[in-house]
Write a protein that binds this ligand. Structure first.
Ligand SMILES: [Zn+2]
Ligand SMILES: [Zn+2]
Length: 354
Protein backbone atom coordinates (compact mmCIF):
# COMPACT_ATOMS: atom_id res chain seq x y z
CA UNK A 1 0.00 0.00 0.00
CA UNK A 2 1.13 3.53 -0.77
CA UNK A 3 0.47 6.58 1.36
CA UNK A 4 -0.05 9.94 -0.32
CA UNK A 5 0.13 13.07 1.81
CA UNK A 6 -2.13 15.84 0.61
CA UNK A 7 -3.47 19.14 1.85
CA UNK A 8 -6.77 20.33 0.46
CA UNK A 9 -8.83 23.47 0.86
CA UNK A 10 -6.75 26.61 0.42
CA UNK A 11 -7.10 30.02 -1.15
CA UNK A 12 -4.89 32.01 -3.49
CA UNK A 13 -5.02 35.58 -4.80
CA UNK A 14 -7.82 34.39 -7.14
CA UNK A 15 -10.04 34.75 -4.05
CA UNK A 16 -9.12 35.87 -0.54
CA UNK A 17 -5.75 34.16 -0.05
CA UNK A 18 -2.55 36.23 -0.04
CA UNK A 19 -0.34 33.86 -2.05
CA UNK A 20 -0.08 32.70 -5.63
CA UNK A 21 -0.15 29.11 -6.88
CA UNK A 22 3.67 29.35 -7.07
CA UNK A 23 3.84 30.33 -3.38
CA UNK A 24 1.67 27.33 -2.52
CA UNK A 25 3.85 24.98 -4.58
CA UNK A 26 6.99 26.26 -2.80
CA UNK A 27 5.39 25.87 0.64
CA UNK A 28 4.16 22.36 -0.23
CA UNK A 29 7.64 21.35 -1.42
CA UNK A 30 9.16 22.74 1.79
CA UNK A 31 6.63 20.85 3.90
CA UNK A 32 7.18 17.56 2.04
CA UNK A 33 3.63 17.13 0.72
CA UNK A 34 2.85 14.94 -2.29
CA UNK A 35 -0.07 17.07 -3.50
CA UNK A 36 -2.13 20.17 -2.77
CA UNK A 37 -5.60 21.11 -3.96
CA UNK A 38 -6.44 24.81 -4.22
CA UNK A 39 -10.09 25.75 -3.74
CA UNK A 40 -10.69 29.42 -4.44
CA UNK A 41 -14.12 30.85 -3.72
CA UNK A 42 -16.53 30.48 -6.64
CA UNK A 43 -13.88 30.29 -9.32
CA UNK A 44 -12.37 27.25 -11.02
CA UNK A 45 -8.92 28.43 -12.03
CA UNK A 46 -7.63 26.91 -15.27
CA UNK A 47 -3.93 26.56 -15.99
CA UNK A 48 -1.89 25.92 -12.88
CA UNK A 49 -2.65 22.20 -12.36
CA UNK A 50 0.39 20.02 -12.84
CA UNK A 51 3.61 18.71 -11.38
CA UNK A 52 6.20 21.12 -10.08
CA UNK A 53 9.74 19.98 -9.42
CA UNK A 54 12.56 21.66 -7.53
CA UNK A 55 15.57 19.36 -7.31
CA UNK A 56 14.24 16.09 -5.96
CA UNK A 57 11.22 17.77 -4.41
CA UNK A 58 8.16 17.18 -6.50
CA UNK A 59 4.63 18.26 -5.78
CA UNK A 60 1.37 17.86 -7.66
CA UNK A 61 -0.93 20.88 -7.72
CA UNK A 62 -4.62 20.21 -8.41
CA UNK A 63 -7.34 22.82 -8.67
CA UNK A 64 -10.84 22.59 -7.25
CA UNK A 65 -13.11 25.31 -5.94
CA UNK A 66 -15.15 26.25 -2.88
CA UNK A 67 -18.68 27.16 -3.88
CA UNK A 68 -21.40 28.97 -1.97
CA UNK A 69 -24.49 31.04 -2.73
CA UNK A 70 -23.14 34.59 -2.81
CA UNK A 71 -26.60 36.10 -2.49
CA UNK A 72 -27.23 34.40 0.87
CA UNK A 73 -26.75 36.32 4.09
CA UNK A 74 -24.87 35.12 6.07
CA UNK A 75 -22.95 33.24 3.42
CA UNK A 76 -23.29 29.73 4.84
CA UNK A 77 -23.14 26.29 3.21
CA UNK A 78 -19.72 26.21 1.58
CA UNK A 79 -19.06 23.19 -0.61
CA UNK A 80 -15.63 21.96 -1.70
CA UNK A 81 -15.82 20.80 -5.30
CA UNK A 82 -12.97 18.57 -6.44
CA UNK A 83 -12.45 16.93 -9.81
CA UNK A 84 -15.27 18.73 -11.66
CA UNK A 85 -14.30 19.75 -15.18
CA UNK A 86 -16.58 22.75 -15.40
CA UNK A 87 -17.33 25.84 -13.35
CA UNK A 88 -20.35 25.17 -11.10
CA UNK A 89 -20.48 28.32 -8.93
CA UNK A 90 -23.53 29.61 -10.80
CA UNK A 91 -25.54 26.61 -9.53
CA UNK A 92 -24.98 27.49 -5.86
CA UNK A 93 -28.52 28.74 -5.19
CA UNK A 94 -29.84 25.16 -5.49
CA UNK A 95 -27.53 23.02 -3.38
CA UNK A 96 -29.04 19.64 -4.31
CA UNK A 97 -28.83 20.45 -8.01
CA UNK A 98 -25.24 21.62 -7.45
CA UNK A 99 -24.27 18.35 -5.75
CA UNK A 100 -26.06 16.26 -8.41
CA UNK A 101 -24.32 18.15 -11.22
CA UNK A 102 -20.91 17.66 -9.61
CA UNK A 103 -21.61 13.92 -9.32
CA UNK A 104 -22.69 13.72 -12.98
CA UNK A 105 -19.25 15.10 -13.88
CA UNK A 106 -17.60 12.46 -11.65
CA UNK A 107 -16.56 15.24 -9.32
CA UNK A 108 -16.53 15.12 -5.54
CA UNK A 109 -18.56 17.31 -3.19
CA UNK A 110 -17.32 17.78 0.36
CA UNK A 111 -19.21 19.88 2.90
CA UNK A 112 -16.68 22.52 3.96
CA UNK A 113 -16.30 23.54 7.63
CA UNK A 114 -19.59 21.88 8.72
CA UNK A 115 -19.26 23.65 12.07
CA UNK A 116 -17.90 27.17 11.83
CA UNK A 117 -18.79 29.26 14.89
CA UNK A 118 -19.26 33.03 14.91
CA UNK A 119 -16.55 35.29 16.30
CA UNK A 120 -18.70 38.23 17.45
CA UNK A 121 -15.71 40.23 18.77
CA UNK A 122 -14.51 40.45 15.15
CA UNK A 123 -17.87 40.70 13.39
CA UNK A 124 -17.42 37.23 11.89
CA UNK A 125 -20.73 35.36 11.43
CA UNK A 126 -21.34 31.66 11.88
CA UNK A 127 -20.95 30.07 8.45
CA UNK A 128 -21.66 26.46 9.37
CA UNK A 129 -23.38 24.08 6.97
CA UNK A 130 -27.14 24.05 7.47
CA UNK A 131 -28.50 22.19 4.47
CA UNK A 132 -28.30 18.73 5.97
CA UNK A 133 -31.29 17.63 3.89
CA UNK A 134 -29.01 17.58 0.83
CA UNK A 135 -28.20 14.04 -0.33
CA UNK A 136 -25.39 12.31 -2.18
CA UNK A 137 -22.44 14.47 -1.19
CA UNK A 138 -19.12 12.62 -0.97
CA UNK A 139 -18.15 13.61 2.51
CA UNK A 140 -17.43 16.31 5.04
CA UNK A 141 -14.41 18.34 6.00
CA UNK A 142 -14.56 17.02 9.54
CA UNK A 143 -11.56 19.01 10.74
CA UNK A 144 -11.07 22.53 9.37
CA UNK A 145 -8.04 24.28 10.85
CA UNK A 146 -9.38 27.83 10.40
CA UNK A 147 -12.81 27.12 11.93
CA UNK A 148 -10.95 25.94 14.99
CA UNK A 149 -9.00 29.21 15.17
CA UNK A 150 -12.24 31.15 14.69
CA UNK A 151 -13.76 29.24 17.61
CA UNK A 152 -10.87 30.41 19.80
CA UNK A 153 -11.13 34.11 18.81
CA UNK A 154 -13.19 35.03 21.88
CA UNK A 155 -11.46 38.38 22.35
CA UNK A 156 -8.49 40.34 21.00
CA UNK A 157 -6.05 38.87 23.50
CA UNK A 158 -6.83 35.29 22.52
CA UNK A 159 -6.98 36.11 18.82
CA UNK A 160 -3.48 37.63 19.01
CA UNK A 161 -2.12 34.77 21.07
CA UNK A 162 -3.33 32.07 18.69
CA UNK A 163 -2.40 34.08 15.58
CA UNK A 164 1.17 34.48 16.82
CA UNK A 165 1.47 31.00 18.36
CA UNK A 166 -0.55 28.86 15.93
CA UNK A 167 0.87 25.62 17.31
CA UNK A 168 -1.48 26.04 20.26
CA UNK A 169 -4.64 26.09 18.11
CA UNK A 170 -5.44 22.56 16.96
CA UNK A 171 -7.22 20.24 19.39
CA UNK A 172 -9.35 18.20 17.05
CA UNK A 173 -12.58 18.39 15.09
CA UNK A 174 -15.47 20.14 16.85
CA UNK A 175 -17.50 17.57 18.85
CA UNK A 176 -20.63 18.77 17.01
CA UNK A 177 -18.99 17.90 13.67
CA UNK A 178 -18.08 14.42 14.88
CA UNK A 179 -21.58 13.92 16.25
CA UNK A 180 -23.09 14.92 12.89
CA UNK A 181 -20.73 12.58 11.04
CA UNK A 182 -21.59 9.66 13.33
CA UNK A 183 -25.33 10.34 12.82
CA UNK A 184 -24.90 10.31 9.05
CA UNK A 185 -22.91 7.08 9.22
CA UNK A 186 -25.45 5.46 11.49
CA UNK A 187 -28.25 6.32 9.07
CA UNK A 188 -26.53 3.98 6.62
CA UNK A 189 -24.79 6.61 4.49
CA UNK A 190 -21.19 6.38 3.46
CA UNK A 191 -19.61 9.72 4.32
CA UNK A 192 -15.90 10.34 3.77
CA UNK A 193 -14.12 12.52 6.33
CA UNK A 194 -11.24 14.75 5.29
CA UNK A 195 -9.14 17.34 7.08
CA UNK A 196 -8.65 20.73 5.45
CA UNK A 197 -6.45 23.65 6.25
CA UNK A 198 -8.55 26.44 4.67
CA UNK A 199 -5.22 28.21 4.29
CA UNK A 200 -5.33 31.89 3.35
CA UNK A 201 -1.92 33.06 4.63
CA UNK A 202 -3.64 36.21 5.88
CA UNK A 203 -1.55 39.38 5.89
CA UNK A 204 -2.25 41.65 8.83
CA UNK A 205 -0.97 45.16 9.48
CA UNK A 206 -1.50 46.44 12.99
CA UNK A 207 0.48 49.61 13.65
CA UNK A 208 4.12 48.74 13.03
CA UNK A 209 3.39 45.00 13.01
CA UNK A 210 3.34 43.31 9.60
CA UNK A 211 2.71 39.63 9.79
CA UNK A 212 1.45 36.73 7.70
CA UNK A 213 -0.64 34.67 10.05
CA UNK A 214 -1.03 30.96 9.41
CA UNK A 215 1.39 30.83 6.46
CA UNK A 216 0.79 28.07 3.92
CA UNK A 217 3.81 26.08 5.08
CA UNK A 218 2.53 26.06 8.66
CA UNK A 219 -0.81 24.62 7.53
CA UNK A 220 0.91 22.01 5.36
CA UNK A 221 2.75 20.68 8.42
CA UNK A 222 -0.42 20.52 10.51
CA UNK A 223 -3.87 19.12 9.58
CA UNK A 224 -3.46 16.99 6.46
CA UNK A 225 -5.33 14.22 4.69
CA UNK A 226 -3.41 10.98 4.12
CA UNK A 227 -4.56 8.76 1.27
CA UNK A 228 -3.97 5.04 1.03
CA UNK A 229 -3.66 3.63 -2.47
CA UNK A 230 -2.76 0.28 -3.97
CA UNK A 231 -0.96 2.05 -6.77
CA UNK A 232 1.75 4.68 -6.29
CA UNK A 233 1.76 8.10 -7.93
CA UNK A 234 3.65 7.71 -11.22
CA UNK A 235 4.30 11.34 -12.15
CA UNK A 236 1.64 11.52 -14.87
CA UNK A 237 -0.83 14.32 -14.16
CA UNK A 238 -3.91 12.53 -15.49
CA UNK A 239 -3.12 9.21 -13.79
CA UNK A 240 -2.23 10.76 -10.45
CA UNK A 241 -5.17 13.15 -10.41
CA UNK A 242 -7.52 10.21 -10.89
CA UNK A 243 -5.72 8.15 -8.29
CA UNK A 244 -6.09 10.94 -5.69
CA UNK A 245 -9.74 11.60 -6.54
CA UNK A 246 -10.49 7.87 -6.40
CA UNK A 247 -8.93 7.51 -2.94
CA UNK A 248 -10.90 10.54 -1.74
CA UNK A 249 -14.15 9.27 -3.27
CA UNK A 250 -13.79 5.93 -1.51
CA UNK A 251 -12.59 7.24 1.83
CA UNK A 252 -9.29 5.43 1.58
CA UNK A 253 -7.95 8.10 3.89
CA UNK A 254 -7.30 9.33 7.38
CA UNK A 255 -6.90 12.78 8.86
CA UNK A 256 -3.49 13.36 10.42
CA UNK A 257 -2.39 16.26 12.59
CA UNK A 258 1.26 16.08 11.62
CA UNK A 259 2.65 18.86 13.82
CA UNK A 260 3.11 16.98 17.12
CA UNK A 261 4.59 14.00 15.25
CA UNK A 262 4.29 12.58 11.75
CA UNK A 263 1.19 10.45 11.34
CA UNK A 264 2.52 8.69 8.23
CA UNK A 265 2.32 4.92 8.68
CA UNK A 266 -1.06 4.76 10.45
CA UNK A 267 -3.20 1.87 9.21
CA UNK A 268 -6.64 0.55 10.10
CA UNK A 269 -7.62 -2.72 8.45
CA UNK A 270 -10.16 -5.52 8.82
CA UNK A 271 -9.54 -9.18 8.16
CA UNK A 272 -12.22 -11.79 7.64
CA UNK A 273 -12.78 -15.16 6.03
CA UNK A 274 -13.48 -13.64 2.63
CA UNK A 275 -10.66 -11.14 2.56
CA UNK A 276 -9.35 -7.88 3.88
CA UNK A 277 -10.62 -4.32 3.99
CA UNK A 278 -9.12 -0.94 4.70
CA UNK A 279 -10.53 2.48 5.63
CA UNK A 280 -13.51 3.34 3.46
CA UNK A 281 -14.20 -0.28 2.51
CA UNK A 282 -17.05 -2.62 3.34
CA UNK A 283 -16.48 -6.14 4.62
CA UNK A 284 -18.92 -8.95 5.32
CA UNK A 285 -19.10 -10.04 8.95
CA UNK A 286 -19.46 -13.75 8.30
CA UNK A 287 -18.49 -15.31 11.64
CA UNK A 288 -16.11 -12.66 12.83
CA UNK A 289 -13.74 -9.94 11.80
CA UNK A 290 -10.36 -9.01 13.21
CA UNK A 291 -9.74 -5.27 13.25
CA UNK A 292 -6.13 -4.17 13.27
CA UNK A 293 -4.67 -0.77 14.01
CA UNK A 294 -1.03 0.16 13.45
CA UNK A 295 0.16 3.42 14.98
CA UNK A 296 3.33 5.30 13.95
CA UNK A 297 4.09 5.74 17.68
CA UNK A 298 2.53 4.67 20.97
CA UNK A 299 -0.44 6.87 21.72
CA UNK A 300 -3.91 6.76 23.19
CA UNK A 301 -5.99 4.87 20.66
CA UNK A 302 -9.77 4.48 20.69
CA UNK A 303 -11.81 2.09 18.60
CA UNK A 304 -15.41 3.20 18.03
CA UNK A 305 -18.44 1.28 16.79
CA UNK A 306 -21.41 3.35 15.64
CA UNK A 307 -19.95 6.43 17.32
CA UNK A 308 -19.28 4.82 20.72
CA UNK A 309 -15.89 3.86 22.13
CA UNK A 310 -15.73 0.10 22.53
CA UNK A 311 -12.07 -0.29 23.37
CA UNK A 312 -9.09 1.91 24.10
CA UNK A 313 -5.38 1.29 24.38
CA UNK A 314 -2.66 3.54 25.74
CA UNK A 315 0.72 1.94 25.31
CA UNK A 316 0.56 -0.02 22.09
CA UNK A 317 1.71 0.49 18.55
CA UNK A 318 -0.32 -2.46 17.28
CA UNK A 319 -3.87 -2.93 18.52
CA UNK A 320 -6.30 -5.64 17.49
CA UNK A 321 -9.90 -6.46 18.26
CA UNK A 322 -12.13 -9.32 17.22
CA UNK A 323 -15.74 -8.47 16.58
CA UNK A 324 -18.84 -10.51 15.81
CA UNK A 325 -21.06 -7.45 15.38
CA UNK A 326 -21.86 -5.52 12.26
CA UNK A 327 -21.46 -1.75 12.45
CA UNK A 328 -19.42 1.25 11.42
CA UNK A 329 -15.95 1.01 12.98
CA UNK A 330 -13.51 3.89 13.14
CA UNK A 331 -10.43 4.96 15.09
CA UNK A 332 -9.39 8.10 16.95
CA UNK A 333 -5.85 8.61 18.26
CA UNK A 334 -4.86 11.28 20.76
CA UNK A 335 -1.57 12.54 22.12
CA UNK A 336 -0.38 15.19 24.51
CA UNK A 337 1.22 18.21 22.89
CA UNK A 338 1.91 21.65 24.37
CA UNK A 339 0.09 20.86 27.61
CA UNK A 340 -3.11 19.53 26.07
CA UNK A 341 -4.54 16.29 24.82
CA UNK A 342 -5.03 16.74 21.09
CA UNK A 343 -6.46 14.63 18.32
CA UNK A 344 -3.61 13.18 16.28
CA UNK A 345 -5.30 10.76 13.87
CA UNK A 346 -8.94 10.31 12.83
CA UNK A 347 -9.55 7.35 10.55
CA UNK A 348 -12.27 6.87 7.99
CA UNK A 349 -14.61 4.01 8.87
CA UNK A 350 -14.63 0.39 7.89
CA UNK A 351 -18.21 -0.70 7.26
CA UNK A 352 -18.81 -4.20 8.65
CA UNK A 353 -22.05 -5.47 7.09
CA UNK A 354 -24.01 -8.66 7.76
ZN1 LIG B 1 -15.52 28.42 3.41
ZN1 LIG C 1 -12.14 28.15 2.36
Amino acid sequence: MNEILINLHMHTTYSDGSGTHADIVKAAQDAGLDAVITTDHNVLVHGPAGYYQDGDRKVLLLVGEEVHDQTANPQKNHLLVLGAEREVAKLADDTQHLVDTIKEMNGLAFIAHPVDPAAPAFGEPDISWEKWEVENFTGIELWNAMSEFKGLMKDWFRAFFYAFFPKFVARGPFPAAIERWDQLLESGKRVVAVGGSDAHALRVNIGPIRKTIFPYKFHFQAVNTHLISEQPLNGDLFHDRNLILDALANGHAFIGYDLPAETRGFRFTAHGKEGNASMGDEITLDQGITLQIALPQRSECRLLRNGKVIKSWTKREICSYITTKAGVYRVEVYRNYLGKKRAWIISNPIYVRV
